[in-house]
Design a binder for this molecule. Structure first.
Ligand SMILES: Cc1cc2nc3c(=O)[nH]c(=O)nc-3n(C[C@H](O)[C@H](O)[C@H](O)COP(=O)(O)O)c2cc1C
Length: 224
């Protein structure tokens, strides 16, 4: 039985990459390092008014090899040979445990008004604890209170419990400004591959991959 009458037609009728104002992307005019192009695209998304342009889908694999994905915020991007794409998590949440069990991940950015996607993949490692602590202390009191509870992704009885425990935790943070959740972890993904995809209303999409090589980055056009 069709419980969602007309859904197929609704989906089929939604226009993709509509409009004549999408940016152009010339892969011949790109920097040698993908981080530089990424920051240009991120700034472009910010200027275009994209909500949370620094939000990305973090894909990980659990200990049984099952894929998992969720959206979170990019914390920093270190443009050094050893450095990379940083995100912070509570070690007790699935997105904290999974990179510990299987230290590889993928990041996906999507900036809808620009029809642009960014994809990054590679191994993940934790940064030193004092960097995680510095990241933690730079968070807002509300965000620190949430993380100090350490309950993320666990079953919740009702919303009143959420509000009560968060308020208690916030009061504790306000009394002890230097509290750091010891499970707070700053992970860094060292990119092996970074891909840029520019959508086009006429379906002449452009796709450029940066592949890490021994002496830097190799650029490769791909069929979109
Ligand atoms: C735009 C957006 C940004 C988010 N940013 C974060 C974030 O920075 N940190 C975080 O823990 N969860 C963030 N979330 C919630 C996560 O997507 C996710 O629900 C949560 O982290 C639990 O994931 P897990 O159970 O896989 O560990 C964000 C969600 C959205 C929609």
């Amino acid at each position: 039985m069709d419980h969602h009458a007309g859904l197929r037609e609704l989906l089929r009728g939604i226009e993709v990459f509509a409009g004549d104002d999408l940016p152009t992307f010339d892969p011949a005019d790109t920097p040698a390092a993908p981080e530089e192009l990424f920051v240009t695209w991120l700034r472009g998304a910010l200027a275009a008014g994209v909500r949370e342009p620094h939000a990305m889908t973090l894909s990980t694999v659990d200990a049984e090899g099952h894929p998992d994905a969720r959206v979170l915020i990019l914390k920093n991007l270190e443009n050094t040979d050893a450095g990379g794409w940083q995100f912070a998590v509570h070690a007790g949440s699935p997105k904290g445990r999974e990179p510990a069990a299987h230290p590889r991940a993928a990041l996906t950015f999507y900036w809808p008004p620009l029809a642009r996607q960014g994809r990054v993949r590679g191994p993940v490692a934790a940064r030193p604890a004092q960097q995680a602590a510095a990241d933690f202390l730079a968070r807002s009191p509300q965000a620190r209170a949430e993380a100090l509870l350490g309950t993320q992704s666990r079953p919740l009885g009702d919303l009143a419990e959420r509000d009560r425990r968060t308020a208690e935790s916030l009061a504790r943070v306000e009394r002890h400004q230097d509290l750091v959740a010891p499970e707070w972890t700053l992970y860094e993904l060292r990119a092996e591959r970074v891909e840029f995809w520019q959508g086009d209303a006429g379906r002449r999409h452009t796709r450029l991959a940066y592949l890490r090589a021994a002496d830097g980055w190799r650029r490769q056009l791909l069929w979109p």
